[in-house]
Design a binder for this molecule. Structure first.
Ligand SMILES: Nc1nc2c(ncn2[C@@H]2O[C@H](COP(=O)(O)OP(=O)(O)OP(=O)(O)O)[C@@H](O)[C@H]2O)c(=O)[nH]1
Ligand SMILES: [Mg+2]
Length: 583
């Protein structure tokens, strides 16, 4: 360990510095929080320099850091390498002085509790030092692993998070530190339930900011949970904060973040997922403050897309989106470097490297775009060929998980992956479908929509969605059983507007109608009125209910009231795109 004195040491006499350095030679017996002698030494030094002095002590009882603060504040230096990869206690405790007026008491303050929670310290202690240098009481707190840890009454908010020892003089401190830590860790282990899972999976806490007037927040939260589940993340907790204004630094307030961090410890969470897009600087601030991985909704969706993309085209699109997302975040780091290297107009070593990284990313994006373009051309060619054959094309659109692929499978007797997860389909598939009266059309499956689709993805998936522009008919599938039905319909309509696809004729099919009886009466009424309003067709892709009617509607729409064209085509034969590529 280094013998450096951290913090506010400006203007200290060499003799004092030497005394401070000597603190590194002290050792605390493993079962004590601090010895009375060391507490007294700390107090005396603090009194001499009129500044707070603190020690970070490890579990073996060694002093790892000696820190000096100002009269009323002390800042813990950055702690690297203290088993912080997992949400567990750091194995360090912080004992520091509080300078107080005679006969006054000064307990732990807000800053102390923030340090305790943010840095996941074993415990924190504030040793009172009076104006004459004498030692007062020591105030000690630790994080509560659970409400049941002590059977004390926990009526007050703070007391649900922390346990405060009764302040005593250091020579009356009897607590067995080793035993305490063992009990604490056992209880953390127990409440997290983590030991049962030999887990590689991420354990996440969802953070949702509920803005006033947002009546739809529960559906949004449920969707965020679904997204996390789809991404393969285990959600171990959720925190909803009502807030009119977003905290510019941490999104949620510092006090709430403190709660979140304790929740992370209790649930062994290593990941925070925010419901909204975070700015690069917010991600950085949260990372630095919490030592946890922090991702936002956009990144979550990007991750899902990355996991699911199968075709070359899909993969390229996702990579472009990821790189686009990364670019400004890289720039943010760059700013930090510029600040470090000063404003001399020169570029520091870090900046040069980042410059290179940025170039590399831009080059990569350009290259991927080129590749995408050539795939796009192939696609256009295929479309032309289809047009020549005079096939009508129907494109399935709709909110993710509405049942588009299930319907395609049903109508074309195929077996593409349909599952109860978001974004099961990323690659468009086109199949031939024969109507009962013998006419054939092509049915294209597409990527599902979602509200607030990240900009990067919108741009990246333009090529895939291009299929829609050449469609003769859009078949909008809605999930009639979703409590979020109305908003999902609205979101899809909004995306159609944005993509300027309104001019293409559209049929709305209300899928999963087999589940309608399970819905509450209010929801059933919503379905009914929407059905009327949109002139929809109630169907079940799963049971096959009403699919003939749907096909009839499609037929009328594509071919007019009477049939005139019926090419011979084997139903179920794959038309594009994988199959083309394979041949
Ligand atoms: N009960 C019921 N479930 C259905 C019906 N249609 C689809 N599902 C289920 O809904 C889930 C989603 O179906 P998918 O066909 O994958 O939905 P999708 O619209 O293709 O979804 P993405 O590709 O993820 O956008 C699956 O678990 C299906 O079994 C239906 O009519 N009734
Ligand atoms: Mg699908």
């Amino acid at each position: 360990m280094s013998r450096e004195i951290f913090g506010n040491i400006a203007g200290l006499k060499p003799s004092i510095l030497r005394s401070l350095e000597k603190l590194y030679r002290r050792k605390v017996p493993p079962q004590s929080i601090i010895t009375p002698e060391l507490a007294q030494e700390l107090a005396y030094l603090s009194y001499q320099i009129n500044r707070q002095v603190g020690l970070l002590i490890n579990r073996k009882g060694d002093i790892d850091f000696v820190v000096v603060g100002s009269y009323n504040r002390i800042e813990i230096p950055e702690l690297h390498g203290y088993r912080d990869h997992q949400a567990r206690l750091k194995g360090l405790r912080f004992i520091h002085t509080h300078l107080v007026k005679k006969n006054q008491s000064s307990g732990l303050d807000q800053d102390d509790l923030i340090d305790l929670a943010f840095l996941r310290l074993d415990l924190i202690g504030a040793q009172e030092v009076y104006e004459d240098g004498r030692v007062g009481r020591i105030h000690i707190a630790h994080i509560l692993p659970s409400q049941e840890f002590y059977s004390a009454s926990l009526d007050d908010e703070v007391k649900r998070l922390f346990y405060f020892f009764k302040p005593v003089y250091p020579w009356d401190l009897r607590e067995n530190f080793q035993e305490l830590i063992r009990n604490l860790e056992e209880e953390f282990e127990r409440v997290s339930g983590a030991q049962a899972l030999h887990e590689k999976e991420d354990r996440a806490i969802l953070i949702f900011v509920r803005e006033p007037g947002d009546i739809d927040w529960e559906n949004k939260l449920a969707e965020l949970k679904e997204l996390a589940r789809t991404a393969g993340v285990k959600v171990v907790g959720e925190v909803v904060q009502r807030r009119a204004q977003i905290d510019p630094r941490y999104v949620i307030g510092k006090g709430k973040l403190l709660e979140v961090l304790i929740e992370c410890l209790r649930k062994r969470a290593n990941l925070l997922i925010f419901d909204r897009e975070l700015t690069p600087s917010q991600v950085r601030a949260l990372n630095e403050a919490t030592d946890l991985r922090v991702i936002d909704r956009t990144q979550l969706i990007l991750d899902i897309f990355a996991q699911r993309a199968k075709s070359r085209e899909g993969k390229i699109q996702v990579e472009i989106a990821q790189l686009r997302y990364a670019l400004p975040r890289l720039r943010a780091k760059d700013d930090a470097f510029s600040r470090l290297t000063g404003g001399i107009g020169g570029r520091g070593p870090g900046e040069t490297k980042l410059e290179v990284d940025r170039h590399r990313i831009r080059d990569r994006i350009a290259k991927l775009k080129q590749e995408l373009e050539s795939i796009s051309e192939e696609r256009a060619l295929r479309r032309k060929r289809r047009k020549k054959l005079n096939f009508k094309v129907v494109a399935l659109i709709g909110y993710t998980n509405a049942g588009k692929t299930t319907l395609l499978n049903r109508l074309s007797h195929s077996n593409y992956l349909a599952e109860d997860k978001l974004f099961a389909t990323l690659d468009p598939v086109t199949k031939a479908v024969r109507t009962p009266s013998g006419k054939v059309f092509l049915l294209t499956d597409t990527v599902g929509f979602i509200r607030d689709l990240p900009e990067e993805l919108k741009k990246a998936f333009k090529a895939t969605l291009e299929e829609l522009y050449s469609a003769d008919l859009l078949l909008h599938i809605v999930d009639a059983s979703s409590p979020d039905l109305e908003n999902q319909v609205k979101s899809v309509e909004a995306i159609l507007d944005e993509m300027e696809l309104r001019h293409i004729p559209r049929i709305v099919a209300f899928n999963k109608i087999d589940l309608i009886e399970d819905l509450d009466p209010f929801q059933q009424a919503t379905v009914k009125s929407l059905l009327e309003e949109l002139d929809g067709v109630p169907i079940s892709a799963l049971t096959g209910f009403n699919l003939e009617l749907l096909l009839k509607r499609i037929e009328e729409n594509l071919f007019g009231p009477e049939a005139f064209f019926s090419p011979s085509f084997e139903v179920g034969q794959a038309i594009a795109p994988q199959d083309y590529r394979a041949s």
